[in-house]
Design a binder for this molecule. Structure first.
Ligand SMILES: Nc1ncnc2c1ncn2[C@@H]1O[C@H](COP(=O)(O)OP(=O)(O)O)[C@@H](O)[C@H]1O
Ligand SMILES: [Mg+2]
Length: 252
């Protein structure tokens, strides 16, 4: 038997299905989205208010949403198949991680602004507050931790009805752990749901209707990322007040 076949990784069948389905959906959707964009860009000014133009606009928006959902499935199935040997651990600066994650978030929601904890003037509006010593580092795979922070920030904004969203990214240390935490003033999570939210496809309240954006895979993904790092994830939440999610990385 060729050597490579012996080495082949065992892939969990559910992940294989996820991966196959998402890749098969990607190609037709990118053709639909591509043509829709092309037709929209060729519309003459006098055609822009017509029914057809509005319908195309809606198709384009929904197509983009679907593309994001499919990308998330692809990402989930790729991370599910990673092992310790696949990841690239290195010293990563935490403030840099926080700043890039916050900047990406502001690109998606421009009502937010980024504040550093040493800022003298506090902004009144919605903000992402970063509190982290400049020299703090963790030993981790930078790309994976960025994905984890992106998922947590996404939740802190999505499950937040506050007109002034206040998100905090902060770092601290315990004896043998480095901790990265995301706090929000969002809807909070009921005690009885806390153990369920890490399950694949679980979304509080709306499990059967599919009305909430997303797949309910974000926290399951973050938990997998923490497992690969031999770290842990924990939640503290007060329903109606807000949530803090902490990622604990072992110190080197
Ligand atoms: N910061 C948060 N505040 C309130 N609820 C949250 C928060 N993060 C997660 N949740 C709850 O946990 C569920 C699972 O989260 P997640 O796995 O990221 O899935 P998704 O974002 O696709 O719904 C969410 O549907 C939501 O009900
Ligand atoms: Mg999520």
């Amino acid at each position: 038997m060729p050597k490579d076949l012996n080495k082949e990784k065992k892939v969990d069948p559910a992940s294989r299905v996820l991966s196959l389905v998402s890749h098969k959906l990607k190609t037709p959707l990118s053709i639909i989205n591509g043509y829709t964009e092309a037709i929209l860009s060729q519309l003459k000014p006098e055609e822009k208010e017509t029914f057809n133009a509005k319908a195309l606009g809606d198709i384009s928006k929904q197509g983009e949403k679907l593309a994001i959902l499919i990308d998330k499935l692809v990402r989930f199935s790729s991370v599910s198949n990673l092992t310790q040997e696949d990841i690239k651990k290195q010293e990563v600066n935490v403030k840099g991680l926080f700043s890039s994650a916050a900047a990406a978030c502001v690109l998606r929601d421009d009502s937010l602004s980024i504040m550093s904890s040493d800022a003298t003037i506090r902004r009144q509006g919605p903000s992402i507050d970063i509190k982290c010593p400049p020299e703090a580092t963790i030993y981790a795979d930078k790309a994976l931790v960025s994905i984890a922070l992106e998922e947590l920030l996404d939740n802190s904004i999505k499950f937040n009805n506050n007109t002034i969203k206040k998100i905090k990214l902060f770092y601290y240390e315990e004896d043998d752990k480095n901790i990265l935490a995301v706090a929000d003033n969002g809807v909070g999570i009921k005690e009885e749901d806390i153990s369920l939210i890490f399950e694949k496809f679980y979304q509080v309240d709306d499990f059967f209707t599919g009305q909430i954006e997303g797949w309910g895979l974000g926290l399951a993904l973050v938990k997998m990322i923490m497992n690969i790092h031999e770290g842990t994830i924990s939640v503290r939440s007060q329903y109606g007040i807000g949530t803090i999610i902490s990622l604990r990385f072992p110190k080197q």
